[in-house]
Design a protein around this ligand. Structure first.
Ligand SMILES: NC(=O)c1ccc[n+]([C@@H]2O[C@H](COP(=O)([O-])OP(=O)(O)OC[C@H]3O[C@@H](n4cnc5c(N)ncnc54)[C@H](OP(=O)(O)O)[C@@H]3O)[C@@H](O)[C@H]2O)c1
Length: 330
């Protein structure tokens, strides 16, 4: 597996990581623990060194799963986790946030135990908390780094000014935000800011929560606990309208002897050499398919062709319900 560098402080990860959220949270009920441990270890066998979790996934059980699965490989892998949601507050409506410095320190201690590690490799603030100046958040993480409990600082869905302010206090190694062919908001201001400051980018939901793979369409019925039932972009009408994007990926995939999922990931990898996406899956054959994207080279002509075709498609449906969307870009 090829590797990539995130930020300017020596963090090197596999070009494609593994998002572990869906093993415990978001996409229906938690999957079988032993099967998910085997899947995470299969990813290590195949060269994946970058694993993504968060306190809030479960909550807690996803960190425990990732910690158990990776314990035998501790020295070979980078484990990223996140703080900042007020776990226990109402997740049915607007989730609460809590990035107060004392809370960040408390979460770090708890995450260290669940992950069974001496230090958290990459500790992201999950969402910007308007009640806490970002300088205070960066200061708290800086202190954790000085104490050896955290190695790298990250942000998720933060706006450009927030990234700059945080970076001035404690260098940010990576930003994790949604980015894919159907969510291109970071291109305007965020990616240029990251480039200027030397911060890596970790696109989450790089397969459009599964939609860009072509395996989901307007007739798909999700489990009742699946978060996608609540997303405007997953209404049958939106999926019908957005099918054009999947068709575009399918056409390029046919040309390149690849799959739509692989083209979606290869497109992200081709944007910048400091981008490392973290597709999520609970299935070995899909893990292998997704990792195969690192071998798919899109030429300048391929990228132009995708750009021209994509520019003619208007993506329908907001990516999140309003209350959740309001937490992003601050
Ligand atoms: N920072 C944040 O706020 C934030 C938000 C969301 C997610 N994340 C992180 O990003 C990771 C990835 O995002 P995501 O899981 O939301 O979305 P994603 O990676 O875009 O898509 C995952 C979905 O696609 C399906 N899938 C994966 N590979 C496939 C393939 N080759 N063919 C067909 N279907 C495939 C998976 O189903 P199966 O399991 O059935 O394969 C799953 O339903 C998460 O695990 C999490 O760690 C972060």
């Amino acid at each position: 597996m090829k590797t990539r560098k995130l930020g300017n402080n020596g963090l090197e990860v596999s070009a494609i990581g593994l998002g572990c959220m869906g093993m415990s949270f978001g996409y229906g009920s938690p999957k079988d623990t032993q099967e998910m441990i085997a899947l995470i270890r299969a990813a290590v066998d195949r060269g994946v060194t970058f694993f993504d979790t968060a306190e809030v996934y479960g909550p807690f059980i996803n960190e425990v799963l990732v910690g158990e699965a990776l314990a035998p490989f501790r020295d070979q892998v980078v484990i990223a986790t996140k703080f900042g949601f007020d776990v226990g507050s109402d997740f049915g409506g607007t989730p609460g946030l809590n990035s107060r410095p004392e809370h960040i320190k408390h979460v770090a201690e708890a995450s260290l135990k669940r992950l069974k590690v001496e230090a958290i490799d990459l500790f992201y603030q999950h969402r910007v908390d308007p009640a806490v100046p970002i300088e205070d958040v960066a200061g708290a993480v800086k202190q954790l780094i000085e104490e050896g409990k955290v190695k790298h600082f990250g942000l998720s869905e933060a706006g450009a000014q927030t990234i700059r302010r945080a970076h001035a206090v404690q260098p940010v190694t990576a930003l994790q935000s949604e980015y894919s062919l159907w969510t291109r908001t970071p291109e305007k201001e965020i990616i240029p800011t990251l480039e200027e400051l030397g911060i890596g980018f970790v696109p989450y939901s790089p397969l459009g929560k599964g939609f860009l793979t072509g395996k989901i369409d307007q007739s798909t019925k999700f489990d009742s606990a699946d978060f996608r039932n609540r997303l405007p972009r997953f209404t049958p009408e939106a999926m019908k309208a957005n099918q054009a994007l999947v068709d575009l990926l399918g056409a390029m995939a046919a040309n390149k002897h690849a799959t739509p999922a692989q083209i979606a990931l290869a497109w992200l990898l081709a944007q910048k050499p400091w981008i490392s996406p973290i597709p999520g899956t609970t299935k070995l054959h899909r893990l292998e398919e997704n990792l195969g994207a690192a071998e798919v080279e899109l030429t300048a002509d391929d990228l132009r062709e995708i750009e021209v075709a994509a520019s003619q498609i208007t993506v329908e449906g907001a990516r999140y319900p309003e209350a959740l969307e309001a937490l992003a870009g601050r």
